[in-house]
Design a binder for this molecule. Sequence first.
Ligand code: G3P
Ligand code: CA
Length: 272
Amino acid sequence: MTHARQHTIQVVAHRGASEDAPEHTLAAYMKAIEDGADALECDVRLTADGHLVCVHDRRVNRTSNGRGAVSALELADLAALDFGAWRDSAESPDWDPARGQAPGEFTSVLTLERLLELVSDAGRRVELAIETKHPTRWAGQVEERLLHLLRRFGLDAPAADEPSPVRIMSFSARSLHRVAAAAPTLPTVYLMQFVSPRLRDGRLPAGSHIAGPGIRIVRNHPGYIARLHRAGHRVHVWTVNEPEDVDLCVRLGVEAIITNRPKQVLSQLGRL
Ligand code: G3P
Ligand code: CA
């Protein structure tokens, strides 16, 4: 049973509607938009020739029919791979690769640029939560390319007094610090797998605006969410797939739920 809340919790599709379609593909993001997600989450990495692509792992082995590290492959190499074939249809009953799209585009590597186009053509407001993956290896290049691309879409300098359609997330405080230095009004989310002892009081590292605790932190330390709120931070929790965890997030008053199942979460929140 979901309890009453004071604000609308944002439902964020983690890697797209990734329970229903292969993660980080156009198929998964189109499904998430169709399902009514408020926002889309993606991970970004740099290719050998400097393109930002939406891939979670360092290597493409798990999610495509190819092999190798994203950073060692060029965009053309990645474009020759299929990022959908690994998901069998029994696992993804709602995923229909033949549904009006060229199969190539539907499950080929997704560039961040293409995802930004999809969001801007969505016909309604759909926000984007972009996670920089292991950016410290790249000495600032990931953030530089990212901000350059956002500038082209007019998204790098949102008005300070209006909700931004884009935010940058990272487990790396240094990455968020770089983003905040170059784009001070762009919201940043500090992702946490555990709470560092020096941040237990609810403070976040410099340059981080929003807290992004994993659901295990929320389950094990629910009082921490109140401390984050008291310190003035919004709280975006990942990856929340179980109904009882959605209920817990509602009770604690978090601002966003990041989930592989946007449709089910929207339905549980009474929004479908
Ligand atoms: O949304 C944050 C979450 O995606 C962080 O973990 O491993 O799924 O990128 P991961
Ligand atoms: Ca992620």
